[in-house]
Design a protein around this ligand. Structure first.
Ligand code: ZN
Ligand code: ZN
Length: 382
């Protein structure tokens, strides 16, 4: 199980890994033909102080990966993608660590330094050095551990999990017990943290509040699961895709609508989560928020997107709009809570997994995600 760390004389120890590298952004669709992502061999440096070498067990494809591929979120390339993942620690960098070799860990996509104003905000605003490292494609301690043919490859959100192994900062992971299967652990790290946090951290619904979720991707469907587990009197799911509405119903939603049906029938809720990441979904969510209620938006539309809403409607009806990045989560606090809910049978997140794929399927899988067909496609490594 230990990693083959081979040190050449006078050089930093590296190991060979296989990973999925985004070579260029905004390639034409279908990606299965333009192939912006190549699966190749890379050199992974050894973990530095405070870092971990993790053998990846499962990694989910998330819309935030697609947003880098299609150019909606501009990131430096080449970049080894993948940020929703779980794996086992196979080596620990120099110095003391509270994490031992063999520990299963969940990756989280925004490291927390624990010392900045963002970290002091209990998740309301992102960690400042963590965000800077993510934007630079580096790990939290600075620099990159990924090379290909002697050229550096950027890390994706401090994780880069579409690979056999990753080196990550200790502050990018949360340990979980072995009874949590890798694909469940992976989905907790992004979809559930974001969708669940939109409710538990940002909206904080009261027991009588109806909850609506607009946009049923992995994050939205996770919000449906959490809304059901909270025992909300009504859980209303909204999407354009009939299959997703059927699954939401199956997962416990009390009513489902297309956006057109929703507008036609004037259905509203006290808490409305927008998880589609486009302007029309945002406008739908705001319009469907009842007097005194809260719209929580977690989607990531294009940076130049602008929405049209009525300010008077907010004032006259005492409504609020709240933005929630990463579900305003504190992963080390929230993931153990989701694990408890999963163990109690209240959060069957394995039902969000719509397909198991191999690393080589990645371009085609991005097409599936872009087409809105896929919920969570999970890459499994053996
Ligand atoms: Zn994600
Ligand atoms: Zn911080």
């Amino acid at each position: 199980m230990s990693a083959p760390l081979g040190a050449a004389p006078g050089s930093v120890a590296t190991m060979k890994i296989r990973g999925a590298v985004l070579e260029r952004i905004a390639a034409p669709v279908p990606f299965a033909e333009s192939a912006p992502i190549t699966v190749c061999e890379l050199d992974l440096g050894e973990p530095g102080p405070g870092e971990l070498l993790v053998r990846i067990e499962a990694a989910g494809l998330c819309h935030s990966d697609l947003s880098v591929v299609d150019g909606n979120r501009v990131r430096p390339v080449p970049m080894l993608l993948g940020h929703e993942a779980a794996g086992r620690v196979v080596a620990v960098g120099a110095g003391d660590s509270d994490i031992a070799v063999g520990q299963r860990v969940v990756m989280t996509f925004l490291p927390r330094c624990g010392e900045c104003a963002g970290c002091a905000s209990e998740g309301r605003t992102p960690c400042v050095p963590g965000s800077a490292a993510n934007n630079a494609g580096e790990l939290l301690n600075g620099g990159r551990r990924l090379h290909r043919d002697d050229a550096e490859v950027h890390h994706h959100l401090g994780v880069s999990a579409f690979a056999t192994h990753a080196v990550v900062d200790r502050r990018s992971v949360v340990p979980v017990d072995d009874d949590v299967p890798p694909e469940v652990a992976a989905v907790l790290g992004c979809a559930v943290l974001t969708g669940g946090g939109a409710l538990l951290n940002s909206a904080r619904p009261g027991p009588a509040d109806r909850i609506m979720v607009v946009g049923l991707g992995g994050v939205g469907m996770a919000a449906v699961l959490v809304a059901v587990s909270l025992g909300a009197p009504e859980v209303i799911a909204v999407d354009t895709v009939p299959e997703k509405l059927a699954l939401a119903k199956d997962l416990g939603a009390t009513a489902t609508y297309t956006p057109a049906e929703l507008a036609e029938q004037g259905v509203q809720a006290e808490v409305v989560v927008e998880a589609a990441g486009n302007v029309r979904a945002f406008e739908t969510a705001v319009a469907a928020t009842a007097a005194g209620g809260t719209t929580v938006t977690v989607g990531l539309p294009a940076p130049d997107a602008r929405a049209s809403i009525s300010p008077l409607g907010l004032v006259a009806q005492g409504r609020s709009i709240v933005g929630s990045y990463l579900g305003s989560a504190v992963p080390s606090r929230d993931i153990p809570e989701y694990v408890r809910m999963w163990r109690a049978g209240r959060l069957p997140v394995e039902r969000l997994v719509s397909a198991h794929i191999g690393l080589d399927d990645i371009n085609r899988a991005m097409d599936e995600l872009a087409a809105g067909h896929a919920l969570r496609q999970v890459i499994v490594f053996d």
